[in-house]
Design a protein around this ligand. Structure first.
Ligand SMILES: Cc1cc2nc3c(=O)[nH]c(=O)nc-3n(C[C@H](O)[C@H](O)[C@H](O)COP(=O)(O)OP(=O)(O)OC[C@H]3O[C@@H](n4cnc5c(N)ncnc54)[C@H](O)[C@@H]3O)c2cc1C
Length: 60
């Protein structure tokens, strides 16, 4: 699954799916060479930051 920084979920063509947002570990993480990796100790920071962004976008 891929998302925008705003948490909007993208379809296979890379277009946002209307009104569908994602947050948490499945929706964010460091990306290196095109793939997401697990970086110990950073989960709570990036899930909190991007979850807040998704909430703000969904409410807007
Ligand atoms: C032992 C341990 C130590 C860790 N230490 C660290 C650390 O030091 N620093 C760090 O950054 N990360 C740490 N992590 C990783 C971090 O906790 C996770 O990556 C992070 O919590 C993932 O957040 P999430 O929102 O994706 O999922 P979760 O935090 O798992 O949240 C998912 C929520 O959805 C709820 N849920 C599930 N199914 C349903 C349903 N059907 N209906 C309604 N609710 C549902 C669950 O009850 C849960 O509250 C640790 C993880 C573990 C297991």
């Amino acid at each position: 699954m891929q998302t925008q920084p705003s948490g909007e979920v993208l379809n296979a063509q890379g277009t946002p799916i209307p009104a569908l947002y994602a947050a948490g570990r499945t929706a964010c993480g460091l990306a290196t060479l095109g793939r997401s990796i697990y970086s110990p100790g950073l989960s709570l920071a990036d899930t909190t930051y991007f979850g807040r962004e998704a909430g703000r976008a969904a409410a807007g």
